[in-house]
Design a protein around this ligand. Structure first.
Ligand SMILES: NC(=O)C1=CN([C@@H]2O[C@H](COP(=O)(O)OP(=O)(O)OC[C@H]3O[C@@H](n4cnc5c(N)ncnc54)[C@H](OP(=O)(O)O)[C@@H]3O)[C@@H](O)[C@H]2O)C=CC1
Ligand SMILES: C[C@H]1O[C@H](OP(=O)(O)OP(=O)(O)OC[C@H]2O[C@@H](n3cnc4c(=O)[nH]c(N)nc43)[C@H](O)[C@@H]2O)[C@@H](O)[C@@H](O)C1=O
Length: 313
């Protein structure tokens, strides 16, 4: 199959490309400078020309709680435009299959955990990332409507839990929890600092999946697309407190300091554990243990840091 992958330079996209079985499919992954998905006309002509058999939509304006709070307009509008443009372009070109990557932020802030796919739109969203979540919900619904309107088109949505891994974003202005912890604890270890600050009480809970595992799940979804539900969570099935994640990274990196808590910082949803019932029925679960995934991500981070030191000499 000829597959168009959007977001191929991002964390999820890079992990999808790293796990692509050579030669099995033709994977076309244009960077945003080549295909700006917020440009409807450019997106339509690109897709019409390429005529892929499938699209995996993994592009987005993505960031942690602080980035979402700082730029709600951009998180709403850019993700809305990208989602609309790629789905409408696919429909116009008659692309038969599309996998849309959603996010666990789509769920209502007070929905019971574990979060089931049917809970989308049953309550108010989490204010700290509402704009992003609205765009995610709209794109998922648009996929549903297109699939229902044309029997030749099947556009499905995968809803991943929080992710981390190689090719993640470590800049504190945009990073999610785990890359932020890795950067802070690594810095404490190298500078000999005795404490690291945690945003909030650390009692909030999150579920994190290794992005390489998600990529394996997405390839499984590609190969068994017809068996895939219209909407399916992608999770690990267990969550941990923010404090637990800080302790896990300290353990992996080998730093024995202590933690302080800045209660003025935003904490977002209390819990965000997705149900893996549909995923287990589909027959896929992630394989990498948390400590091993943190260790691989840390090693990757250190390589990036050494490389950036070399170039700045
Ligand atoms: N990270 C996480 O914790 C989670 C992420 N997700 C979802 O997974 C998907 C990928 O996330 P992630 O890999 O972390 O994000 P990244 O920020 O790492 O990558 C985003 C990608 O989107 C591309 N992109 C951004 N704007 C445009 C544009 N205007 N036109 C074309 N491409 C654009 C970028 O391309 P380029 O580099 O070429 O500019 C980049 O490759 C997103 O849909 C996100 O919502 C879901 C749950 C959790
Ligand atoms: C992936 C998904 O999830 C994102 O929402 P989120 O899960 O709230 O994002 P987060 O990973 O940045 O924070 C997780 C928790 O961690 C706590 N926390 C502690 N200390 C740090 C810290 O130093 N940095 C960060 N970022 N968080 C910290 C923080 O207070 C919060 O309680 C959406 O933005 C959106 O991107 C989306 O789709």
């Amino acid at each position: 199959m000829k597959i168009l992958l959007t977001g191929g330079n991002g964390m999820v996209g890079r992990n999808i490309r790293d796990r692509a079985e050579q030669g099995r499919h033709e994977l076309v992954a244009p960077p945003s400078r080549e295909l700006d998905l917020t440009d409807a006309a450019a997106t339509e002509s690109y897709v019409a020309q390429l005529k892929p058999d499938m699209i995996i939509h993994a592009a987005g304006r993505v960031g942690g709680i602080q980035a979402n709070m700082a730029h709600p307009v951009e998180f709403l509008v850019e993700n809305l435009d990208m989602g609309r443009n790629i789905v409408i372009a696919a429909r116009k070109a008659g692309v038969p299959q599309l996998i849309n990557i959603g996010s666990s932020c789509m769920y209502p802030r007070a929905a019971p955990n574990p979060l089931e796919e049917s809970a989308v739109l049953t309550g108010e969203l989490e204010p700290t990332n509402e704009g992003y979540a609205l765009a995610k919900v709209m794109t998922a619904r648009l996929c549903d409507y297109v699939s229902r309107s044309d029997p030749h088109l099947s556009y499905k949505t995968l809803i991943p839990c929080n992710l981390f891994g190689l090719h993640d974003k470590f800049d504190p202005a945009v990073s999610h929890l785990l890359p932020a912890i890795i950067r802070k604890v690594d810095e404490a270890k190298r500078t000999g600092a005795g404490t690291v600050e945690i945003w909030g009480s650390g009692e909030a809970r999150r579920e994190f999946m290794f992005a390489s595992d998600l990529a394996d799940g997405i390839w499984t979804a590609v190969e068994r697309f017809d068996e895939l539900p219209a909407t399916m969570n992608m999770g690990v099935g267990t969550d941990h407190s923010i404090n637990d994640y800080y302790a896990a990274v300290a353990r992996v990196i080998g730093w024995q300091g202590s933690f302080t808590h800045d209660l003025s910082k935003p904490v977002g949803m209390k819990q965000k554990l997705v149900s893996v019932a549909l995923q287990q029925q589909f027959g896929w679960m992630p394989a990498t243990p948390l400590d091993e995934a943190i260790a691989e991500t840390y090693a990757h981070y250190r390589t990036l840091e050494e490389a950036s030191k070399e170039t700045s000499k």
